[in-house]
Design a protein around this ligand. Sequence first.
Ligand code: NAP
Length: 318
Amino acid sequence: MAVWAGAALSTLSPLHAVWLTLTAAFLLSLLLQLVPPSVLPSSALFQDLIRYGKTKSGGPPRPAVCRLFEVPKRYFSHFYIISVLWNGFLLWCLTQSLFLGAPFPHWLHTLLRILGAAQAQGGELALSAFLVLVFLWLHSWRRLFECLYVSVFSSSVMHVVQYCFGLAYYVLVGLTVLSQVPMDGRNVSVTGKDLSVQARWFHVLGMMMFIWSSAHQYKCHAILGNLRKNKAGAVIHCNHRIPFGDWFEYVSSPNYLAELMIYISMAVIFGFHNLTWWLVVTCVFFSQALSAFLSHRFYKSKFVSYPKHRKAYLPFLF
Ligand SMILES: NC(=O)c1ccc[n+]([C@@H]2O[C@H](COP(=O)([O-])OP(=O)(O)OC[C@H]3O[C@@H](n4cnc5c(N)ncnc54)[C@H](OP(=O)(O)O)[C@@H]3O)[C@@H](O)[C@H]2O)c1
């Protein structure tokens, strides 16, 4: 056991440490939500840092000073603008290196090494990392489109810390993907000149899973958007209503479930064995579980007629 723990620690890169810390923070926050307030009274600052949007109203009374740190939740679109630009740039660097043999910029290579890229190369296929980066980029485009044209935001808010976290998050995710590319100095190392020889069955499976989860996430965001529109598509209010249809029949936050499935589809594209990516998936699992739990509680406290069979996040389970 001690030998195993020692070996695990010696391969722990800064990236692993970051994802593990974030995972632990979300898990702990979720566990603290399960403790009744009579046993452990919650601090207003803590609740302010974990709640955003509609669930902000469900926490303990917030001191007036909290309002100074509020940012409109519609700024979610900024996360995806950053992601489209940053991950588009990383994809461009990777494409140049894969197809034209151009080395990564010096600063990017150094940054990847600092994050532990050298430790990460356990025989990963360059094609897998390339496909994951392409899908991350497409995912960001779709989410940006949804924020701008599908979702109807109310005047709900988030904490400025959550906003900064959201901006940094997509920068980190992109770097995590790129750190998995097998490198030879500043160039991508590809066995065989033709990338297509690296194609595997799990790339196809992951791609199908990605499209399926993305389609459901889009559908769920459209259902939420339509709750605030009339038949002609005009926005008529900004209240929160009970959503029905698609995966909403099973869980309160199917968009969070779909997000998890999207990250799992990328783990499949990585061939199931990429530990770093599974850490990302675990982090997303707990961050979305926390938001889903708070949303479910919001719906149950606001609507007496809320469907009893509906779970928070995982159909039939949680
Ligand atoms: N990868 C990650 O770590 C991560 C982190 C956070 C979010 N995300 C993803 O980003 C997406 C959006 O997240 P979110 O937390 O903003 O989702 P959300 O709370 O479900 O909100 C999505 C949209 O629907 C509106 N809405 C929510 N509940 C509604 C209701 N009952 N009636 C009418 N409109 C309603 C919201 O408006 P208002 O809230 O303005 O009222 C917002 O415009 C999700 O798919 C999530 O998975 C990913």
